[in-house]
Design a protein around this ligand. Structure first.
Ligand code: GDP
Length: 414
């Protein structure tokens, strides 16, 4: 079986955690390849809810867990998650790449400092220090996991750098020792292990964090994350051949959400906004902030599907649509009087585009059955397949593992 990359197609929070957990059984290892503890992947099993910021979502299936070199690792978060799982009587089977960028308390302080500097143009970061840690990596001022483990890096240049900006540095007392302890015995070469796993005939699952529209280069800059979120970043960040990427599954919510600032053409305000947010429990898994909500944006989704080479889609949160008496999708943008469905053309002026909507038959009250999709839901899924020109293989209709419908492949109409 080929490797599989599961990638978010919107602004993150699409429900990747649930889909990765659902698929993990079929793979030897689950690999995080981007972002850091600004991610919050949620898995619900029975009455228990788990949120993982750093550990890959294959954890609850007892998989080998790999954190690749492109991930910004906060040793404190790592330790907290490992301890949380140990309290449950499990031991994560973990490998952290020695080349991972380390997040220290200094980067978290810097994150807050920069957000304040931006004033009313703040991005709304999670303040987990992820952007600053990648910036410090580019400046060659931050340790990597292997440097910390070996004790071959000192933070004096980084501290001197930060002193030029920050009036008061956070206490670093004891930080190096506890960071080192949290990495003890788990540092190694993730790329090499993936190659060996593949050579032994086993496949791995790559778990994306955030979403395409938050990509540092291809997203809605400057309201983006500090790294790359595309499936094509998998081989580059892990140091494996491009041909090892395998298949790409894109995860999209049946509507749209965005946490933090930035353009959001299909945003909804008012009563419907509250209804969707409360029904969909749209609050950030990392910060608890209310997420902004909107209609499904097919212009943006098409861009994400194309750019990632998505071979199949997982559609989440269909159950929320069954609580809404209206249902729209945005098919085009009106950009200064001209209609387009090409997202990249509209990107420079996304703030001012007017969404053109198509009203679809509401799914209000539709029965939620996982064995077979209720007819109106099936019609919507087929519509989406035809628009995106890829098949939908998973329809999620609840946060639990069991609330998942697996679809047989259907040829999308040209
Ligand atoms: P991720 O970052 O992409 O993993 O997404 P999050 O975990 O931040 O947010 C997704 C939220 O939606 C989590 O609370 C999931 O438990 C929940 N979720 C996932 N799929 C579904 C679904 O089909 N229906 C409902 N109601 N909730 C879902």
């Amino acid at each position: 079986m080929r490797n599989l990359c599961i990638v978010g197609l919107q602004w993150g929070d699409e429900g990747k955690g649930k889909i990765v957990d659902y698929y993990a059984d079929r793979f030897h290892s689950v690999v995080r390849y981007n972002g850091g503890s600004n991610a919050g992947h949620t898995i619900v099993i029975g009455k228990k809810t788990y949120v993982f910021h750093l550990l890959p979502s294959g954890l609850l299936k007892g998989k080998r867990l790999l954190i690749g070199p492109g991930v910004a690792v906060d040793p404190q978060t790592l330790q907290e998650e490992v301890e949380m799982i140990r309290r449950e009587g499990q031991k994560p089977n973990l490998l952290v790449d020695g080349r991972c960028t380390i997040v220290t308390p200094l980067e978290k302080e810097m994150d807050s400092f920069i957000e304040k500097l931006r004033g009313d143009r703040a991005i709304g970061t999670t303040k987990r220090g992820i952007g600053p840690s990648y910036a410090m990596r580019a400046l060659r001022l931050t340790p990597r996991a292997g440097d910390l483990e070996r004790g071959t890096f000192d933070l004096s240049s980084a501290m001197a750098f930060y002193r030029t900006f920050l009036k008061k540095l956070p206490s670093m007392e004891g930080w190096t020792d506890s960071a080192k302890a949290s990495l003890k015995g788990v540092v190694g070469d993730v790329g090499e292990e993936i190659t060996e796993t593949n050579e032994a005939g086993h496949s791995v699952l790559f778990e994306g964090a955030q979403g395409v529209l938050l990509d540092l280069i291809h997203g809605t800059y400057p309201y983006v994350t500090g790294t790359h979120t595309l499936a094509s970043y998998v081989p580059a960040s892990l140091g494996i051949p491009a041909t090892s990427l395998g298949d790409v599954m894109g995860v999209a919510k049946a509507y749209a959400t965005r946490v933090g600032e930035g353009p959001f053409p299909t945003e909804i305000h008012g009563k419907l906004e509250t209804l969707i947010r409360e029904t969909g429990r749209e609050y950030g898994a990392t910060t608890g902030r209310p997420r902004r909500v909107g209609w499904l944006d097919l212009v943006a989704l098409k861009y994400a599907v194309k750019m990632n080479g998505v071979s199949t889609l997982a559609l989440t949160k269909l159950d929320i649509l069954t609580k809404l008496k209206e249902f729209k999708v945005c098919t085009h943008y009106n950009v200064r009087g001209t209609e387009t469905d090409v997202f990249s053309r509209a990107l420079p002026e996304l703030d001012s585009v007017k969404p053109v909507y198509l009203d679809l038959p509401p799914l209000y009250g539709a029965e939620l059955t996982t064995a077979r999709l209720h007819r109106p839901m099936e019609k919507f899924v087929e519509f989406l397949e035809d628009e995106m020109k890829v098949s939908v293989s998973i329809v999620s209709m609840g946060e639990e593992r069991t609330a998942t419908h697996q679809r047989a492949a259907r040829q999308a109409r040209a």
